[in-house]
Design a protein around this ligand. Structure first.
Ligand code: 13P
Ligand code: ZN
Length: 272
């Protein structure tokens, strides 16, 4: 029987991505967007981890209704029920999984606590579908972050902003120039769906085809990026807009917002 892989066996490229995951997970915890086991992260490592061996004794976790294209894909994923604040090295809360060629399930290649006890996040259907959708469109994004950002989540309960993604996007763009510039495709709203469900996965993929951040109504937010830092930045900037909006509303006035002319000026300058 082969020995289980250690962290050093993962190689420099993979370790670099894992370090970024630890950094972002710490931000999510500090911001209060990852209470208890809230939030999850995945990184598609297929291009840089194809040589990682599947140990013969690795457990196979079967999954129903996996898309065929999942076969052979290798992902870093956070574990179901794990605390993101436990993603510091040695990273007990995360693991690397590979889907078998027939897409009947995945095998745990590596996790700091040993492969046998590790189970991927309950939101794996959404993470996986996003990665597959991207690679089918030759997308460059490789990392997906889901968390529970307080102010965006609060706005998802708002009777108008919570149901009208165009209104929400335009209003948050007008809160400060950064939102217009760094969340250029705006925010999509996915109506509430059961956490971990394939319905939620479908709505998320649809939302990310047109927007930078998908707000899961009454639940949280999802974004993708070239790495986890980029995905985090999108949520962070959108959340800043939400915080300013709510701060003004709770002080009892409607924010004036950037004017249409001011927004157009930004669009010209930044080629948006
Ligand atoms: P997991 O612990 O399964 O990742 O779930 C956390 C979460 O935020 C569900 O949406
Ligand atoms: Zn969640």
């Amino acid at each position: 029987m082969e020995r289980a892989m250690s962290r050093e066996d993962l190689g420099e490229d993979v370790l670099r991505e894992l370090d970024k995951v630890s950094e972002v997970a710490a931000h999510l915890w500090e911001r209060g967007w990852a209470e208890r086991n809230g939030g999850n992260i995945s990184v598609d490592l297929t291009a840089i981890a194809d040589r990682l061996p599947t140990t013969p004794d690795a457990v196979t976790v079967t999954m129903k209704d996996l898309p065929r294209e999942a076969g052979g894909r290798t992902l870093f994923v956070t574990g179901a029920g794990e605390r993101l604040r436990d993603l510091r090295p040695p990273m007990r809360a995360g693991g690397i999984v590979r889907f078998d060629d027939a897409a009947n399930g995945y095998r745990v290649l590596w996790s700091a606590g040993g492969p046998s006890g590790f189970r991927a996040t309950s939101e794996l259907p959404s993470h996986l579908r996003i990665h597959l959708d991207l690679s089918s469109r030759n997308g460059e994004h490789r990392a997906v972050v889901h968390c529970h950002p307080t102010d965006l989540l609060a706005l998802s309960h708002h009777p108008r902003f919570g149901i009208d993604e165009e209104l929400l996007t335009r209003t948050l763009w007008a809160m400060l120039p950064e939102v217009r510039v760094f969340v250029p495709s705006g925010i999509a709203i996915a109506p509430y769906a059961l956490p971990g469900s394939s319905v939620l996965a479908e709505l998320t993929v649809e939302g990310l085809r047109k927007a930078d951040v998908v707000l899961w109504s009454k639940h949280g937010a999802v974004a993708m990026g070239g790495d986890v830092r980029e995905a985090f930045d999108l949520i962070d900037v959108a959340e800043k807009g939400a915080a300013i909006l709510l701060r003004c509303l709770s002080a009892g006035y409607d924010p004036v917002g950037l004017s249409d002319d001011q927004l157009r000026e930004l669009e010209r300058k930044f080629d948006l």
